[in-house]
Design a binder for this molecule. Structure first.
Ligand code: DC
Length: 226
């Protein structure tokens, strides 16, 4: 990977739902002993807050957002001072997050929350637009994906975010819907940055994926893994 010292000390990991981004990003942050930021949880927190207030995702306004207190520090997300935990991981909140994420006002609101997470130290930040919009100057960028069948199988195996009675077909359909919404929205759609390394995790183990990611990191970071 080409390293430009004027760039941000950020490892940006983007890709669609269920591609294995979170697992890879978390492990990478673990071996490098650096902070991991999952930006999807910020969109999920907005969706959860709207849901609790009885507001449809599409009707979230800046005034509503300004009533929230959302922060991401030390790898932990707090919504109005509380860790929302598993409440963020339901199928309804996953779709709600995808819906609020199409609103430019939500993206504008979350931009400084994400940028403030990157200080002088290296961080791993995972999402949809980290390499394209949040940190176009990130030193390391990856775009991780996998076949839709494999992504659905992994979701089923995780079970947390799956509605009861879900089948492989219904999960494929749910992922297809989310992919379409995330990649066709006008505001910061999901797409690979021109300078991102593309990794297809289909059929690969977590340790294979991690070794592949590490092989593209600058030497300064690779040394930390030994
Ligand atoms: O990564 P996730 O499944 O937790 O993300 C939930 C939704 O949030 C996803 O469908 C799209 C949106 N999202 C986004 O638009 N930009 C990001 N950087 C991260 C997530």
């Amino acid at each position: 990977m080409v390293v430009n010292s004027g760039k941000m000390t950020v490892i940006a990991i983007d890709g669609p739902a269920g591609a294995g981004k979170s697992t890879a990003a978390k492990q990478l942050a673990g071996v490098l002993h650096i902070t991991y930021v999952n930006t999807g949880s910020l969109y999920r927190a907005v969706a959860l807050a709207a849901h609790r207030a009885g507001i449809e995702p599409e009707n979230v306004t800046r005034d509503f957002l300004d009533t929230l207190h959302l922060e991401y520090g030390n790898g932990k997300l707090l919504l109005n001072g509380e860790d929302p935990g598993e409440a963020l991981r339901t199928p309804e909140i996953a779709q709600g997050a995808s819906r609020v994420s199409a609103l430019p006002t939500v993206r504008e609101y979350l931009l400084p929350v994400q940028r403030n997470a990157a200080l002088k130290e290296w961080i791993v930040m995972e999402g949809r637009d980290i390499g394209t919009v949040i940190f176009p100057d990130a030193q390391c960028k990856f775009f991780i994906t996998a076949s839709i069948e494999e992504r659905a199988r992994r979701r089923l195996a995780q079970s947390g975010e799956i509605a009861s009675g879900a089948t492989l077909e219904s999960v494929i359909e749910e992922i297809r819907l989310r992919d379409e919404r995330d990649s066709t929205r006008a505001a910061a759609p999901l797409k690979q940055a021109d300078d991102a390394v593309f990794i297809d995790t289909t059929g690969k183990s977590i340790s294979d994926v991690n070794a592949e990611l590490i092989s593209f990191l600058p030497e300064e970071l690779q040394k930390r893994c030994k």
